[in-house]
Design a protein around this ligand. Structure first.
Ligand SMILES: Nc1ncnc2c1ncn2[C@@H]1O[C@H](COP(=O)(O)OP(=O)(O)OP(=O)(O)O)[C@@H](O)[C@H]1O
Ligand SMILES: Nc1nc2c(ncn2[C@@H]2O[C@H](COP(=O)(O)O)[C@@H](O)[C@H]2O)c(=O)[nH]1
Length: 204
C-alpha cells in the first residue's frame, strides 16, 4: 500500500515571515512538498492572484464551505475567515506526497486534533520590535490592523510550546534550511521504524 505523505504545518505570528519563507522553499528545485492554497474572505492585496496566493471567497461562500464540511480547519483572524480545503489535503497525502500548510495558530490547533502525527513548526521573530517592523515595512495593513495583529501575535507566541519545533526567522535562507532539515530528519525518524528495517536487525 502507498505510504501516506507527511502533513507539515508552518505557523507563527503575523509578519514573522511565514509567506516569505514558504515562497523561498517552494522556489527551490529540490523541494518536494505540495502547497495547500488556502481559502480566505480577505480582499486580495496588490499583486495577489486568485488560485495562486489564495482562493478568495465572499463570506457567504466561505460559510457555505463550512456548512458542507469542506474545510480541514478554519479560523477567523482579525476580521476575516481563513481555511484549508480538506479534499486537496487528504487526496494529496493519500498519493504519498507531503503537504505544506501555512496557517495561523487557531487553525494549527484544529489540524493537530485531526492529524496528531503531523509535523508542526512555529516560526518566531528575533524580537517583538522586529516583528512590528516587518509588518509595518510590508506596508499592506492599516495602522489599526497592524495593532490588532500585534496584540494577537503576543497571544500566539505563548502557544509555541504546543509545536514540535520552533525555528527563528532571523535570515530567510537560514530559516528555510532549518525547516527543510527538520522535514528530512522527520522522514528519517519515521522510516527508521518501518518493519523492513526492524526485520533487518532480527537475529536467528
Ligand atoms: N528574515 C527576514 N528578515 C527581514 N525581513 C523579513 C524576513 N522574513 C520576512 N521578512 C519581511 O517581513 C515582512 C512580513 O513577511 P511575510 O509577509 O512573509 O510574513 P507572514 O508571517 O506571512 O505574515 P502574515 O501572517 O501577516 O501573512 C515582509 O515584508 C518580508 O519581506
Ligand atoms: N487558520 C488558517 N490560517 C491561515 C490560512 N491561510 C493563511 N492563514 C493565516 O492567516 C493569517 C493572515 O494571513 P494574511 O495573508 O491575511 O496576512 C496568517 O497568519 C496566515 O498564515 C488557513 O487556511 N487557515
Amino acid at each position: 500500500m502507498q505510504e501516506k505523505g507527511l502533513l507539515i504545518v508552518l505557523s507563527g505570528p503575523s509578519g514573522v515571515g511565514k509567506g516569505t519563507v514558504r515562497k523561498e522553499i517552494f522556489s527551490q528545485p529540490d523541494t518536494a512538498f505540495e502547497y495547500s492554497i488556502s481559502m480566505t474572505t480577505r480582499s486580495p492585496r496588490e499583486g495577489e492572484v486568485d488560485g495562486v496566493d489564495y482562493f478568495f471567497k465572499t463570506r457567504d461562500e466561505f460559510e457555505a464551505l463550512i456548512e458542507q464540511d469542506k474545510l480541514l480547519e478554519y479560523a477567523e483572524f482579525v476580521g476575516n475567515y481563513y481555511g484549508t480545503p480538506v479534499d486537496y489535503v487528504r487526496e494529496t497525502l493519500d498519493q504519498g506526497k507531503d503537504v505544506f500548510l501555512e496557517i495561523e495558530v487557531q487553525g494549527a490547533r484544529q489540524v493537530r486534533e485531526k492529524f496528531p502525527d503531523g509535523l508542526f513548526i512555529f516560526l518566531v521573530p528575533p524580537s517583538l520590535s522586529e516583528l512590528k517592523n516587518r509588518i509595518v515595512t510590508r506596508g499592506t495593513e492599516t495602522e489599526d490592523v497592524i495593532n490588532n495583529r500585534m496584540t494577537v501575535a503576543k497571544e500566539e507566541i505563548e502557544m509555541m510550546n504546543l509545536y514540535d519545533y520552533v525555528v527563528e526567522n532571523d535570515q530567510i535562507e537560514r530559516a528555510c534550511d532549518r525547516i527543510k532539515a527538520i522535514v528530512i530528519a522527520e522522514h528519517c525518524r519515521r522510516e527508521r521504524v518501518e518493519p523492513r528495517y526492524i526485520k533487518m536487525l532480527e537475529v536467528d
